[in-house]
Design a protein. Structure first.
Length: 659
């Protein structure tokens, strides 16, 4: 079976023929199913027909883009490659003794400072790098180490310790830009990112094989974590520091040397230490220097491994206006304030929900658009709010657009109102609820705003720094298929989809949620669910399907709270919308069962002969075998209880709700 022809076409423009081939081969191996990649030498470009048919032109660097001789049509996307050194060579680089002077060798000077900066960003700061390139002067024979970017023939002859890291490879950000440009499936970007992480993990594993020396292994771990721009620290479940980068040590004013293996609590102020410190949460406090320190803690779990905690830090000066306000209140410093991330308010014991929440917490670290889909009442808004509160935009507003069918049908100034919502969101998050109710007109306006990155019209608010989270009560792609939702908008918003879990698929959460809701309603009194609800009512609630999901359960607990009068509530006290459905008799057999229940309710502990006689008075004639079968069915359905010997039959609470 032949593979389908790629829908999209990209032209790679580069001078170096080796790099052109490497880029083409690498990109084809990852995205070849969707995109075809052609290459051309910059100096061979002379006719506009050479770029006809391409939706995107990928330049190897900014110099190539600026030297491109043709005018590129507006509908052709222009991207510039972001390149980085190959992390595979990290284990070789860190074998160089610390504090050595190292030549960094290339055929031109321009890329050498970029490589040096990338090394520093990756935590390779223990060496003094000296650029070396043709015509740079006589070599320094005291330098015994060299790292070259695919140009080993240019290394000075006296240098015997040479590490050739090859040409710089494409950074993962370029791959993600291509995925975003052509709206490729979100799962593909996730797979690429996961592959990138796996490669770094493989490097770490290989290093453990290559090095028996513990110090070298720790160096590699530190180098990898230094590659991240934020303050980062990893600890064990007991709070022991596994690794951290310089940003983290600077934020917490702690020494980066000799910190690994020690308890993080040793470096925290006493008022910040508690036995509950390590859990998924965000903290903030004012330091002695007057800075606001924010500390985010994320619990990470891997199969067959103990829990690990990922801590990220951010420290910023407190503005004079805020500091002055604090001083006006007696100069009392805010200490260890637990920031409400929203995730801690989502009560669950379900492994499926925990997995969904863990994914949502990871999404909070990035700025990808998020589409949350699920049935009514499955806490979509709560998840969206939690993502915003755990993101870097949490200090910015969360603006909520809640369209209704009537508003969309009769509102004559949609563009104006949408612009107001974009303006209100600022640099924060715009939450669009019930996306399925957006009219096609509003969808088109939203597409225009997101595409332009500069608002709906000239002078309208900038949306280029705005995160979008959308919710829908069902699978939105079905609306795309039916033609009621724009495909373009769907793929703009669905790069990171989340599917919420209906309550009927997480029934282990029902008693936990009820206990939580009741505690809030009774203001923390010691009343338990068992004291509030009869066993029969509790059993019914545990097996009920909850078409309204968590919202319906919350409504029920409020209803029970209002009706509670010092005695356990029973089944007959369920809301009428539930009992009415239970009382419906869809067929003649159900009608006969209701008559049997009515007879037993009027004559408790009646035996079969008495029940048969009372039914015949209602012109319902049943044989003894038929009656015995119906009584057994009613017993199995929980409607009545059949006592042994001469105890007869008794109607249950559930049976009473049907009468």
């Amino acid at each position: 079976m032949t593979e389908p022809t790629p829908r999209f076409h990209v032209l790679i423009v580069c001078i170096n023929p080796v790099i052109r081939l490497e880029f083409q081969t690498y990109l084809h191996s990852i995205l070849g199913k969707y995109i075809s990649f052609d290459t051309i030498n910059l100096y061979q470009v002379h006719d506009s027909s050479q770029i006809t048919g391409y939706q995107c032109i990928l330049f190897s660097n900014t110099h190539v883009q600026s030297a491109f001789p043709l005018t590129i049509p507006d509908d052709v996307t222009q991207l510039i490659c972001t390149r980085t050194f190959n992390h595979v060579f990290l284990d070789q680089i860190i074998r160089i003794p610390p504090n050595e002077t190292v030549y960094l060798v290339n055929d031109v000077y321009d890329s050498i400072p970029v490589i040096i900066e990338q090394f520093r960003a990756a935590g390779i700061t223990q060496y003094k790098f000296v650029p070396y390139y043709p015509e740079c002067g006589e070599p320094d024979e005291s330098i015994q180490y060299a790292i070259t970017i695919g140009e080993p023939q240019l290394v000075p002859g006296h240098v015997k310790n040479v590490i050739n890291i090859g040409n710089r490879i494409l950074d993962i950000s370029t791959i993600n830009e291509l995925c975003s440009c052509f709206h490729l499936p979100p799962s593909l970007s996730n797979q690429i990112t996961q592959g990138y992480i796996n490669r770094i993990l493989q490097i770490t594993k290989l290093t453990g094989t290559y090095y028996s020396n513990y110090v070298h292994s720790q160096q590699l771990f530190q180098t990898v974590i230094q590659n991240l721009p934020a303050g980062i620290c990893l600890t064990t479940a007991q709070g022991e520091i596994m690794m951290m980068n310089r940003n983290f040590s600077t934020d917490l004013d702690m020494p980066v040397e000799n910190a690994c293996g020690k308890q993080l609590s040793e470096f925290l102020p006493l008022e910040q230490i508690s036995e509950n410190f390590f859990h998924n949460a965000d903290y903030k406090w004012e330091t002695e220097e007057g800075d606001l320190l924010e500390l985010s803690i994320l619990e990470i779990s891997f199969p067959n491994n103990p829990f690990t905690y990922l801590l990220t830090s951010n420290k910023n000066p407190i503005s004079k206006s805020v500091h002055g306000a604090n001083s006006a209140k007696g100069n009392q410093r805010q200490q260890n304030t637990l920031m409400d991330t929203g995730f801690s308010n989502i009560i669950t014991a379900s492994s499926h929900v925990k997995s969904m929440l863990e994914y949502a917490r990871r999404l909070a670290l990035y700025d990808f658009p998020v589409l949350i889909q699920g049935e009514t009442g499955t806490q979509k808004k709560m998840v969206a709010s939690a993502i915003h509160k755990a993101s870097k935009r949490r200090q910015q507003p969360l603006s909520i657009l809640h369209p209704s069918f009537e508003d969309m049908a009769y509102n004559g100034s949609l563009a104006h109102h949408l612009a107001d919502f974009l303006q209100a969101a600022g640099h924060g998050t715009l939450l669009i609820e019930h996306m399925e109710h957006l009219s096609l007109q509003v969808q088109d306006l939203l597409i225009e705003a997101l595409q332009n990155g500069g608002g709906l019209r000239s002078g309208q608010p900038d949306t280029s720094d705005l995160r979008i989270i959308a919710t829908a009560d069902h699978d939105l792609y079905t609306d795309v298929v039916n033609g009621t939702f724009r495909k373009e908008l769907f793929f703009m918003l669905s790069s990171s989809p989340i599917d919420t879990i209906p309550l009927r698929e997480r029934k282990e959460d029902i008693p936990l949620l009820m206990e939580y809701f009741f505690q809030n309603l009774f203001h923390g009194t010691q009343l338990s669910v068992k004291e509030l609800l009869s066993p029969s009512l509790m059993e019914f609630l545990l097996n009920y399907n909850y078409p309204g999901n968590v919202q319906e359960l919350l409504n029920l607990t409020r209803y029970f709270f209002i009706n509670y009068a010092a005695h356990p509530l029973i089944l007959s006290q369920l809301p009428s919308y539930i009992t009415t459905r239970l009382r419906k008799a869809p067929d003649s057999q159900s009608a006969v069962k209701l008559s049997i229940l009515s007879v037993i309710a009027s004559a408790p502990r009646a035996g079969r002969s008495i029940i048969q006689k009372l039914l015949s008075e209602q012109d319902i004639n049943l044989s003894e075998g038929k009656l015995r079968g119906l009584l057994k069915e009613l017993s199995e359905e929980g409607m009545l209880q059949i006592n042994r010997t001469k105890g007869g039959c008794e109607i249950t609470e559930l049976g009473m709700t049907l009468l």
